[in-house]
Design a protein around this ligand. Structure first.
Ligand code: NAD
Ligand code: UDP
Length: 329
């Protein structure tokens, strides 16, 4: 039986596919390459180019392959873009999930691992955030992910499709050998942007806002290494295979770093000055997002290897130096 990875040509998906293949799983990848790269997909996986919203195409994949479980990464995920084009986000993210669930129901596939997000919480009521805490998104991207969690809950009740929603906090880093990494166009995430400035590809970093209610006034985020995240998906598949109930897990490190602290850490790792200017707030950004991940550690037996942002940035820098133009190199 195979594991279907939707969005397996993307940043987190490609690392997860690589891990799955290396641990002996039979892996099928579906991706429309809207933001992903076919060359990021392990040669050990079978690749289908197509859109998760295309039910006819999805039916052919489920007819041709013996799918046992689905890991669903395929979505748009840029917060500022979602503020400007919310319908694009609801169409791709929510629409894609509805088609997927229709096809899973029809083919009696009842295990789904889902990429959820810290963005479903919005401004937290306490820090670190625990899974039952209030979810009140501050942007359409987070809203789409919360809607998807709710849709899966009702489909579990009605059709018995079990799910694990993994709420990632800020994902960063790359495969340590530098063969896989983050390559988005345009890039909007903090760590790769800082490294582009370090490498001289951009003139300066703009930090979005220093008037938040945090120690240094800049936003605080919780960084988790992409390889640790990949491992959590494999554990989540086992969790459902063992007959456990649907639920959500936070995936973070339980430690927050401000945007200024991330800049300092990157200066240390790269040895570069990394010029910075302070800019206005970016719309839709909550001030602080830090996860309590003890449930994932205790219940999934998740044991993250990277507990240090400098090590995370080091792996991203390693990838960047080997692939300054991303997968085009
Ligand atoms: P990514 O853009 O690199 O990967 C998404 C992949 O899905 C791409 O390969 C893209 O081509 C594909 N895709 C998108 N829409 C599709 C569709 N309709 N049909 C088929 N393929 C489609 O993004 P990523 O950073 O790897 O994120 C993966 C998932 O994790 C997303 O669902 C995102 O919301 C979630 N997430 C990411 C972060 C983060 O920090 N990167 C944090 C929280 C949650
Ligand atoms: N950020 C920034 N400058 C940039 C990109 C990001 O100051 O060029 C900030 C952003 O406002 C947020 C943090 O870095 O406070 C993390 O943003 P990112 O887009 O990496 O992830 P998000 O938290 O939105 O998922």
């Amino acid at each position: 039986m195979a594991i279907l990875v939707l969005g397996g040509a993307g940043y987190i998906g490609s690392h997860t596919v690589d891990r799955l293949v290396n641990t002996g799983s039979d892996v099928v990848v579906v991706d429309n390459l809207s933001t992903g790269h076919q060359s990021a997909v392990s040669e050990g996986a079978r690749f289908y180019e197509g859109d998760v919203r295309d039910q006819e195409f999805m039916e052919t994949v489920f007819n041709d392959e013996a799918i046992d479980a689905v890991i669903h990464f395929a979505a748009f995920s840029i917060v500022p873009e979602s503020m400007k084009t919310p319908l694009k986000y609801f169409d791709n993210n929510v629409g894609g999930l509805i088609t997927l669930l229709e096809v899973m129901k029809k083919h009696n596939v009842d295990k789904l691992i889902f990429s959820s997000s810290a963005a479903t919480y919005g401004e937290p009521t306490r820090v670190p955030i625990e899974e039952p805490d209030r979810q009140m998104p501050t942007n359409p991207y987070g809203e789409s992910k919360l809607m998807m969690e709710k849709i899966m809950r009702w489909c579990d009740q009605a059709y018995g499709i079990k799910f694990v929603a993994l709420r990632y906090f800020n994902v960063a880093g790359a495969k340590p050998d530098g063969s896989l990494g983050e390559d988005h166009h345009p890039e909007t995430h903090l760590v790769p942007i800082i490294l582009e400035v370090a490498a001289g590809k951009r003139d300066q970093l703009t930090i979005f806002g220093d008037d938040y209610d945090t120690d240094d006034g800049t936003c605080v985020r919780d960084y988790v290494h992409v390889e640790d995240l990949a491992m959590a998906h494999i554990l989540a598949v086992s969790y459902l295979e063992n007959g456990n109930p649907s639920r959500s897990f936070n995936l973070g490190s339980s430690t927050g770093f401000s945007n200024l602290q991330m800049l300092q850490a990157a200066r240390k790792v790269t040895g570069q000055a990394i010029p910075m200017v302070m800019g206005p707030r970016r719309a839709g950004d909550p001030g602080t997002l830090v996860a309590a991940s003890k449930e994932a550690c205790e219940i999934l037996n998740w044991q993250p290897e990277y507990d240090d942002v400098e090590k995370i940035i080091q792996t991203a820098w390693n990838w960047y130096q080997q692939h300054p133009n991303g997968y085009e190199d």
